[in-house]
Design a protein around this ligand. Structure first.
Ligand SMILES: CC(C)(COP(=O)(O)OP(=O)(O)OC[C@H]1O[C@@H](n2cnc3c(N)ncnc32)[C@H](O)[C@@H]1OP(=O)(O)O)[C@@H](O)C(=O)NCCC(=O)NCCS
Length: 166
């Protein structure tokens, strides 16, 4: 089976998507399209027939404060950069019918690759930040090298680490 990721469009069957987390389901059903129109986030969906959504993720530009990063990373940054450019992987979810088949991994790799390519080609970004919804999500991201940002529920992976994956 080959899968495609594409920007959410009107032909996709949003209402049929259910990942078991009401907030993430509602976001896709009701808000993702509006957010795209307002340029608040870009929503990418994974399909195998152009219509049925097996999973989705969102990306947007964001910044984090220097003090939020671990000391080991701060040491490597020049002084004067207090707000650092990052990419926010705001949401990522897989439909319950397709969990456990590697789709979460495919979505995450697609999001990392897209973010990395954008950071090289057009808009600089030093890390990808996620805001895990619960401990299960934290454990999923940890598996792929995301590290907790001290003092917040967020996690990040440096772009310098992502580049080693591709
Ligand atoms: C978390 C989620 C995206 C995983 O999707 P999935 O398609 O079932 O995951 P995959 O089949 O691609 O699994 C890839 C790997 O991650 C592991 N994994 C999956 N869920 C995990 C979890 N909750 N904790 C730790 N590892 C997990 C799998 O065991 C697998 O490891 P392996 O390659 O060594 O076998 C999915 O369960 C989901 O949509 N959850 C609800 C929404 C959510 O929590 N989103 C993330 C934060 S916003």
């Amino acid at each position: 089976m080959s899968y495609l990721t594409a920007l959410l469009a009107s032909g996709h069957l949003k209402a049929a998507f259910s990942c078991g987390n009401e907030m993430l389901d509602n976001y896709l059903h009701k808000q993702a399209g509006q957010d795209m129109k307002r340029k608040l986030s870009a929503c990418f969906v994974l399909t195998d027939d152009y219509r049925e959504i097996k999973g989705y993720y969102t990306l947007s530009s964001a910044s984090i404060q220097r003090g939020q990063l671990p000391e080991s990373l701060i040491k490597k940054l020049p002084l004067g950069y207090n707000d650092l450019p990052v990419t926010l992987l705001g949401r990522l979810a897989v439909d319950i019918r397709f969990k456990g088949h590697g789709i979460g991994r495919l979505l995450l790799i697609d999001a990392l690759k897209r973010s990395y390519e954008t950071s090289v080609a057009s808009v600089a970004s030093m890390a990808i930040v996620v805001d895990p919804v619960d401990d299960a999500a934290k454990s999923f991201y940890s598996k792929y090298g995301f590290i907790s940002l001290p003092g917040s529920g967020k996690m990040f992976i440096a772009m310098a680490t992502v580049v080693q994956l591709f």
